[in-house]
Design a protein. Structure first.
Length: 555
């Protein structure tokens, strides 16, 4: 059936498969299934709403409202919420049940949840089981990382987004099992390389696009199992090394020139219409070892899902962003990990039977609560017996049906973050006026606080003095101040990399712009003209082939 999106007005389709999923995901209380109604927003608007509850990268210096300590937080000092230093918030000293209250059937649920959210402290960051990782967010099992986000089981990473099982790398995005990389995007099992894009098992190389198992290659595309290639031409080891000597990787001017060369060879690169690998009955893009996944993007080892983004090991779920660890029966949730039967939540870890809640860990049978750890049978952070809980929840759901809230995600004004600091702004950018008109908050950065640059950056890394780590630099694009930390300078010197002239936020956005939008469109294969679906934009300069033509040409 066709439905008009209440947010953007676009008509979208609710399929029989969607309805079957909603039936499967509907919670059961006292043997009675409480059916989830069809969504009232189109898939992109639903994704935007979930993402608007996730500040992944923007950090602030501020005071902890509970301990008074100077802290780093994803919440600015002018946040309307009470913010608590993460170690205290996650410790036994913090008791979230203290803020519990009775459910009021004379008021809408979202109003009551908003009151609870504003009455109790929220965590400053999420950094778990990690050492020397204070200046990061959404980090777990890491050591010595700086300004990283969504990074796990890694060490010695700087300015990296989604680094996993990787080490000793700087300015990367989505790298897995990698070491000693710089400015690399979407790479797996790569080593000692710079400027790699969508590569795997490559080493000692630079400026590669869509290459696999290559060593000592420079400025190449679409290579497989090659060694000593320069501009896609096979050379002897001696000739390759002679050519490479001509290129000074430590020169800022030389690297800029190489980027222009890369832009030219990108036009000749063959792109695969969709990256769906070892998967069965799937639609979307960037799917690896998946089965029966419809309109999913960037998913791995997942089965029987619909409308998921950036997940791993998800099963029988719909409308979710971020998460993994065998999450199952997840609906309209952001960041669910190791959880079962979770609906309308922000961050649920190792929990089950959780609905309309924030930051729930190792708990079960939770409704409308925040920050609970090892708890059960709670509503608005108030403890109940099992019998009381099971009697109350059906009544609350009926009340939410009367108020039009059941089946809807939290409204914009309940997000803990300002819109322009969330990942939603990266995928679905809004102006300040647009965001405010939709009910979101906005964080203004005062340009008057920016200071004049105090160090002139030399062209070559060989000429950079130690004093740069004590100096103020100014981004050539956004004018925001940034700094070079000692660990970073050491890496640049070791790998002969010039000092960046952009702040880490602008560098991140350049890497982000390289990735295709999470949106399918119809096109024709540039070789056989067969109709294809792809996420490459219609103005791409690459040559987009269907799967069979791509495999014939590249392999």
């Amino acid at each position: 059936m066709g439905i008009e999106c209440k947010n953007c007005g676009t008509e979208f389709e609710i399929t029989n498969e969607d309805l079957a999923f909603l039936d499967k995901l509907s919670p059961v209380f006292n043997g009675e299934k409480k059916l989830l109604p069809p969504p009232t927003e189109c898939p992109p608007c639903r994704q935007m709403r979930r993402m608007s509850f996730r500040n992944e990268r923007m950090l602030h210096e501020r005071k902890c409202d509970v301990t008074g300590k100077d802290i780093i937080s994803v919440h600015a000092s002018d946040s309307p919420f009470t913010i608590c230093e993460k170690n205290h918030w996650y410790s036994d000293k913090f008791d979230p049940l203290v803020y519990g209250r009775k459910y009021d059937f004379s008021r809408p649920f979202f109003d009551q949840f908003a009151d609870l959210e504003r009455s109790m402290p929220l965590p400053s960051l999420r950094v778990e089981k990690s050492e020397n990782c204070e200046y990061n967010n959404d980090v777990r099992d890491c050591n010595n990382c700086y300004i990283c986000a969504r990074t796990h089981m890694s060490q010695n990473l700087l300015y990296t987004y989604r680094g996993n099982k990787s080490s000793d790398s700087v300015d990367c995005m989505q790298i897995t099992k990698c070491e000693s990389l710089y400015e690399c995007t979407e790479c797996v099992s790569c080593y000692n390389s710079k400027y790699l894009f969508f590569c795997s098992e490559c080493s000692d190389s630079a400026f590669l696009l869509d290459c696999r198992n290559c060593t000592n290659c420079f400025m190449c595309t679409n290579l497989r199992n090659k060694k000593y290639y320069f501009l896609n031409e096979k050379l002897t080891k001696e000739k390759y090394e002679e050519k490479l000597v001509e290129f000074d990787f430590g020169s800022h001017h030389m690297v800029r020139k190489a980027y222009k060369m890369y832009a030219d060879i990108r036009k000749k690169t063959i792109g695969r219409d969709l990256m769906i690998i070892n998967s069965e009955n799937c639609s979307g893009d960037n799917l690896f070892e998946c089965k029966n996944c419809a309109l999913c993007f960037s998913a791995q080892q997942s089965e029987n899902n619909r409308h998921l983004w950036d997940v791993k090991l998800f099963h029988d779920s719909m409308d979710a962003y971020s998460g993994g660890r065998n999450a199952e029966l997840i609906y309209f949730t952001t960041a669910a990990a190791g959880s079962h039967n979770v609906q309308f939540c922000l961050r649920s870890s190792n929990s089950y039977n959780v609905c309309y809640s924030f930051f729930i860990n190792s708990s079960n049978d939770i409704f409308g609560s925040i920050g609970l750890k090892h708890e059960k049978y709670c509503i608005l952070n108030k403890q109940y017996t099992k019998e009381e809980y099971e009697e109350m929840i059906p009544k609350i759901i009926e009340h939410m049906k009367d108020t039009g809230e059941w089946g809807e995600f939290f409204p914009a004004n309940i997000s803990p973050f300002t819109y322009n600091e969330t990942v939603a702004q990266e995928y679905f950018p809004l102006s300040k006026e647009e965001a405010i008109s939709k009910g979101y908050r906005w964080h203004d950065r005062d340009p008057k606080n920016y200071q004049k640059q105090t160090y002139k950056i030399p062209n070559c890394i060989d000429d950079v003095q130690d004093e740069i780590t004590e100096s103020i630099l100014s981004c050539v694009q956004c004018k925001k101040n940034y700094k070079i930390v000692p660990q970073e300078l050491s890496f640049y010197r070791k790998h002969r990399i010039p000092i960046p002239h952009f702040c880490h936020d602008c560098r991140h956005m350049v890497r982000f712009s390289i990735r295709n939008p999470q949106k399918l469109r119809r096109d024709k294969c540039k070789k056989c003209e067969k109709s294809i679906m792809t996420t490459f934009t219609d103005d791409t300069e690459m040559q987009i082939y269907c799967e069979s033509c791509y495999l014939d040409e590249v392999y």
